[in-house]
Structure formats: C-alpha cells, structure tokens
Design a protein around this ligand. Structure first.
Ligand code: PEP
Ligand code: MN
Length: 263
C-alpha cells in the first residue's frame, strides 16, 4: 500500500478555529437530514450548548429506497448554513455528484462523501479539486486498504485535507445496522497520516448503543465523532431510531470529556 504524505507527521486539518487530528476531540452533531429551518436552529443550539464544533445535516440523501425522503437540496443547505452561523458553528453536508458538489461547495465548511460513494472515483477526483476538507466515510464493505486508496484519489487530485470516518461495515450480524470496526481507527492511523473520526450512529442504527460506542471510539484514539441528533427523533424523516435527543447528546458530550481526559 503506497500512500502519499509522511505518516510520521500526522496531518492536522484546520477548519476555521477547529483542528482535526490534533489534541482536541472534535464533536460533530446534527440530524441525518435537514428538514426545516426551525429543526436546524434547534439542532445547532444543542450542538453549541454541548461543546460541539460542527453542525451536520444531509440535503442530498442517498437513500436505500427511491421512495424515501431524498433531501431538501439547495433550500436545505441554506437552513444548515444559517443555523450554523447563528450558533458560531462550522457545517458539513454530503455531496453525491458534480451537481450537488457545485451547489454547496462555496456555502459549507466541509464536504462529506458517504459510504455508498466511497469508490465513486470520479466524485473523489472532483473532491480533489476543491479547497475544502473532505470527510470520507468508509464504504459499506470496504477494506481499510480500499478506504485509504479512496482517500488517495482525493489527495492525488490535489486536496490533502481528508478526514477518514469509520461508520461501521456490513457483517453477518443483524442486531445492529452495521458492525462498528473500532480496530480500523488504530489501523488507519498506523497506515496513514490522516485524522480518523468515528460515526457510531450509522454503525449501530439504534440510539441505545451510541453512548458506549462513542466512548469506546474516543478510547480507541478517534480524533472526533460524528453523531446524529434530532430535536425530535420520533418525527425524523430519516434515521430517527439512531438519533439522539438534544439531552442525550449533551450528556454524552459531558461523559466524553472524562474519557478524553483519561486517554
Ligand atoms: C450520513 O452521514 O447521513 C450517511 C448517509 O452516512 P453513510 O454514508 O455512512 O451511510
Ligand atoms: Mn443518517
């Protein structure tokens, strides 16, 4: 596996006043999908109160079923950005193709490439041409090597600001939506110089496991967490069962401080 960059020098990716890959454990939170302006205002306020730094929200949703909510598109980006700015947060949204990338690249602070597009090589090359950090999720059944080579596509095309995100892989175990591979954090950090964050939400698919998996991720050396949180998970248009309430998110953020201090 031949990777660009010197892995003895860990990359620290600076976005605004947030550093990914440094000493700080960066908390990213927000709903799966942007649904309304008020929803995003509530989510942003909860992220800020909990000490989170980055607001998430999808507007181009790569849903398993074509009949599921596909996202608000450009209208949703504006809700995301406005809510983030009002609370002094950065924001991230997923891009799925050239069109969506062009629509959001000058509005948001980071871009996300989702698990389903991890090996969309043309999209990776486009992400290599922008001057924004890219959160690259691990593919549903991608090996760590395939994931790192996907990151390499972005870097080889000119953008070295890549943040790896472990979000669970497909296994034979049906109790959880995916299986969180926490060894991937250490392995990816050993093989590359890139920051690695963990998304326990898409791994577990259920709210009750998010706190323990998040703490384990921090203990495993993760540089940050990406967690789904919705002002009213019961009414979420996507991924409600795995979304924390603002109160649960706040409690978790406090508990994570303690774990971070002890590692
Ligand atoms: C998401 O973060 O909303 C998402 C769709 O995640 P993944 O690509 O990991 O499934
Ligand atoms: Mn989701």
């Amino acid at each position: 596996l031949k990777l660009a960059g010197d892995k003895s020098k860990k990359s620290v990716i600076k976005v605004g006043d947030v550093c990914l890959g440094g000493k700080e454990i960066v908390l990213i939170g927000g709903p799966c999908a942007v649904e309304s302006s008020i929803q995003m205002q509530k989510a942003a306020a909860a992220v800020r109160r909990s000490g989170g730094k980055i607001l998430r929200g999808g507007v181009f949703k790569p849903r398993t079923s074509p009949y599921s909510f596909q996202g608000l598109g450009l209208e949703g980006v504006n809700y995301l950005v406005q809510a983030a700015r009002e609370e002094g947060l950065l924001c991230v949204t997923e891009v799925i193709d050239l069109r969506s990338l062009e629509m959001v690249v000058d509005k948001v602070d980071l871009l996300q490439i989702g698990a389903r597009n991890m090996q969309n090589f043309e999209l990776l090359k486009l992400a290599g041409k922008v001057n924004k950090p890219i959160i690259l999720k691990r593919g549903l059944s991608a090996t760590i090597e395939e994931w790192l080579l996907a990151a390499e596509y972005i870097m080889a095309a000119g953008n070295s600001q890549v943040i790896l995100c472990e979000r669970g892989i497909r296994t034979f175990e049906p109790s959880t939506r995916n299986t969180l591979d926490l060894s991937a954090v250490g392995v990816a950090k050993e093989l590359s110089h890139l920051p690695v964050i963990v998304d326990p939400s898409h791994a577990a698919g259920r709210r009750d496991l998010i706190a323990s998996l998040s703490k384990a991720a921090v203990a495993s050396g993760a540089d940050g967490l990406l967690i789904e949180m919705h002002p009213n998970p019961e009414e979420a248009m996507s991924d409600g069962p795995q979304s924390l309430t603002p109160e649960q998110f706040m409690t978790l953020a406090q508990d994570l401080e303690l774990v971070a201090q002890s590692v």
